[in-house]
Design a protein around this ligand. Structure first.
Ligand code: SF4
Ligand code: SF4
Length: 148
C-alpha cells in the first residue's frame, strides 16, 4: 500500500455527506492527515484511492502531484477525478501515458471534474463508450444513494 505522504487531495475534492462537506472544499478535520482518522465517516473510510491502495504506483502519479485522483468503478472501468483548479491536468503527458497503459490492459477511463467541463472518456478496445457510460452511471448512482 502506497503512503499518502503530503497528499490530502481527497479530503478537499470529495463531497462528504455525513459532514455536510461540499466537493472541492477543505475538510475541517484535515490537518496534515485526518485528525479524526479512527472515527472518520463511512464515506471517507469506504473511498478507495487507486494510488493509496496500490502496491507500487509511481509517486509521480500521487494525486497531489497530478491533481487527479483515480479510483476503480469496476475492475475494468476507472474514474479520474480532476481537481477543477487544474482542469487541464488530464492533458499532461504522464497522465496520457498512464491512461493509454490502462486502455491497453482493457481498462476504460472516465476523466471528470466537479465543474461543468464535459467528461472525457478513454475507451479500451474491448468496450464501447455507451457500455462504459451506462455501467459507470449505474454504479456511481448506487454509491451516492448508499445502496449496495
Ligand atoms: S488522494 Fe489518495 S494519496 Fe491523496 S490523501 Fe487521499 S488517499 Fe491519500
Ligand atoms: S474526515 Fe478525515 S478522511 Fe474524511 S475528509 Fe475529513 S480529513 Fe479527510
Amino acid at each position: 500500500m502506497m503512503k499518502c505522504g503530503d497528499c490530502t487531495l481527497c479530503c478537499t475534492l470529495l463531497p462528504i455527506k455525513e459532514l455536510d462537506k461540499a466537493e472541492t472544499t477543505s475538510c475541517i478535520y484535515c490537518n496534515k492527515g485526518c485528525s479524526i482518522y479512527k472515527d472518520r465517516p463511512a464515506s471517507c473510510a469506504e473511498f478507495e484511492c487507486l494510488y493509496n491502495s496500490s502496491k507500487d504506483m509511481d509517486i509521480k502519479l500521487r494525486p497531489d502531484n497530478t491533481h487527479i485522483i483515480f479510483e476503480k468503478v469496476t475492475k475494468d472501468i476507472y474514474l479520474g477525478l480532476i481537481d477543477p483548479r487544474y482542469k487541464d491536468a488530464w492533458k499532461v503527458k504522464g497522465i496520457q501515458d498512464y491512461v493509454n497503459e490502462l486502455n491497453l490492459k482493457g481498462i476504460s477511463v472516465i476523466l471528470s471534474s466537479f465543474s461543468q467541463e464535459p467528461k472525457r472518456m478513454k475507451i479500451a478496445k474491448n468496450h464501447t463508450q455507451e457500455w462504459v457510460h451506462k455501467t459507470a452511471i449505474r454504479l456511481l448512482k448506487k454509491e451516492l444513494n448508499g445502496s449496495s
